[in-house]
Write a new protein. Sequence first.
Length: 109
Amino acid sequence: MQCHHFAVFIPSGAVNVRFEVEGSEDADLVLRLNRQTYAFPSNAEYVTERAGNMQSLSFPSFDFGVTYVSVQCMNKPSVENTDYGQEYSGQTEVLNGLPYVIKVSWDNN
């Protein structure tokens, strides 16, 4: 459930601003935005509310400048403590990371 952080510069006059993330089919991703600092779960100004591998946030207008974007995969494997350590099962592929693509687009005013 790592949170990956990115920054994007939105130019002055940008309208119809859209932030999108698309991951592999078995990923439940969360997309978060913050205009001041890194977008963590505790301080995100905008966040997607549904589960799924495709997330987007759209705005007819948006403040120009740097916007911080984070992507978090909510999938996790099951962990069982055993006599020989921890045993992982279920969605173990998330331990190596699931691929995703981020796209930020806008129209010029």
